[in-house]
Write a protein that binds this ligand. Structure first.
Ligand code: NZQ
Ligand code: ZN
Length: 386
């Protein structure tokens, strides 16, 4: 096992009616900017619950943060923060609203001229404006981690940012919010969380037995609840297991002391930036080709995954590894997610070269757990996913 530091300061309030406890988590004299997305919270009762809980606070609202939070929209919100002397941010939404809020938390205290630099120059945020979240869509884990991903539509770019100053102070996780989520977004949440675990697990063994079993248990739980939650999002038992699995998949715990990969995400972000494909779907497109291309270095872990998560008992290490890859693709397809790029766009030819060139231009020499997946490897992986 590798050395590690572990500190996660986010307080979680989990369960039914927890939104009512919101007021206890925010300082009394706070001037709050409440941020939300395209309006789903106004239809499903979450908005009313939040407003009721904040009766005694000074609150300004900023709605309209789109999926794949857009820089230009966030810059409008930043202006409101400055004009209104906001002291506390409250995100009410899914990963996009929470990520947008993290960007604002960083940008509000940023002393440089151009906040986009936080993303392109990968400036870590050690102190941001304090914020909390009310999660409405289990998927990203953003509610309990310190990362965010922001899009600039103008240049078709999507970059990650983060830093220890960007953990939410608290997050409210009420599984009842899942009732109103469209099937497509539930499928996305399942696939995204599943891939988060894979990115931190499908590397090479450092004999971290507990981390491996944490990871496998999250994968197994997602597989177990997926059919139920897809069929009936108001099933509270399935909803609570789904929600907590998504949070645990990316709150830092399972990655401690082990190598991690993240190449699927780095390539996937480019597909969202170029074609607007949903984040989780981009992962489903890249996973099989990435694992097949890197079979040699990942086969032991792939075989362990096939055995322990999919009960594959027959065959050599390679055969088990390949069976594990196949099962993963079938799982994505069982959620209704398409797994090749050409199923999303007719304009796919040349994508591999564009992404590879972008990585070269950015000086990204090697991705993955060994840092050895070069832009030329990326080109081949993307080509395999057409
Ligand atoms: O905007 P509204 O109207 O709220 O509708 C949203 C949106 O259209 C809707 N929705 C959310 N909760 C709902 C609901 N509809 C009905 N009932 C509810 N309770 O769902 C749609 C998608 O929402 P979004 O927040 O975009 O989805 P998700 O949570 O999947 O977030 C995706 C973003 O997170 C980033 C992705 O790249 C993408 O930009 N990620 C963030 C990560 C992180 N911070 O750690 C890690 C991930 O790997 C990922 O990259
Ligand atoms: Zn993801």
């Amino acid at each position: 096992m590798n050395n590690f530091d572990l500190q996660n300061p986010t307080k979680i309030l989990f369960g039914k009616n927890q939104i009512a406890n919101l007021s206890k988590e925010i300082p009394e004299n706070a001037k709050i900017l409440m941020l939300y997305g395209g309006g789903s919270i106004k239809k499903n009762g979450v908005y009313v619950q939040v407003i009721e809980a904040l009766t005694n606070f000074d609150v300004i609202e900023f709605g309209g943060i789109p999926a794949n939070p857009e820089y230009a929209v966030l810059m409008d919100a930043l202006q409101v923060i400055k004009d209104e002397n906001i002291t506390y941010l409250l995100a009410v939404g899914g990963g996009s609203v929470i990520d947008g809020t993290k960007f604002l938390s960083a940008a509000a205290l940023y002393e440089g001229k151009e906040p986009w630099d936080i993303l392109v120059k990968n400036i870590r945020t050690l102190k941001g404006m304090p914020f909390g979240t009310v999660l409405t869509l289990p998927a990203t884990g953003s509610e309990m981690n310190s990362g965010a991903v922001i899009t600039k539509a103008e240049t078709k770019e999507k970059f990650a940012m983060g830093g220890s100053g960007l953990f939410p102070q608290f997050s409210i996780l009420d599984p009842e919010v899942i009732k109103s989520i469209p099937k497509r977004q539930i499928a996305n949440g399942l696939a995204d969380a599943f891939t988060h675990v894979l990115e931190q697990y499908m590397t090479y063994s450092v004999d971290a037995k507990l981390q491996d079993r944490f990871a496998e248990s999250i994968l197994q739980t997602i597989l177990e609840v997926a059919p139920t939650i897809l069929k009936d999002p108001s099933d509270y038992k399935a909803a609570s297991n789904f929600m907590w699995s998504c949070t645990m998949a990316l709150n830092g715990l399972i990655q401690k002391g082990v190598p991690s990969d993240w190449a699927i995400h780095m390539i996937g972000h480019e597909l969202t930036a170029l074609f607007g494909i949903d984040h989780a779907c981009t992962l489903a497109i890249i996973t099989e080709s990435h694992y097949t291309y890197n079979l040699e270095s990942k086969k032991e872990k792939l075989a362990q995954y096939a055995e322990r998560v999919w009960n594959v008992t027959e065959g050599t290490i390679e055969e088990k590894a390949l069976a594990g890859i196949k099962k993963t693709t079938e799982f994505f397809q069982s959620l209704g997610i398409k797994t090749t790029l050409s199923e999303y766009t007719d304009d796919y030819k040349g994508t591999a070269q564009i992404i590879s060139k972008r990585f070269t231009d950015r000086g990204w020499k090697g991705l993955g757990e060994y840092g050895k997946v070069t832009p030329s490897d990326v080109e081949k992986i993307v080509e395999m996913s057409y």
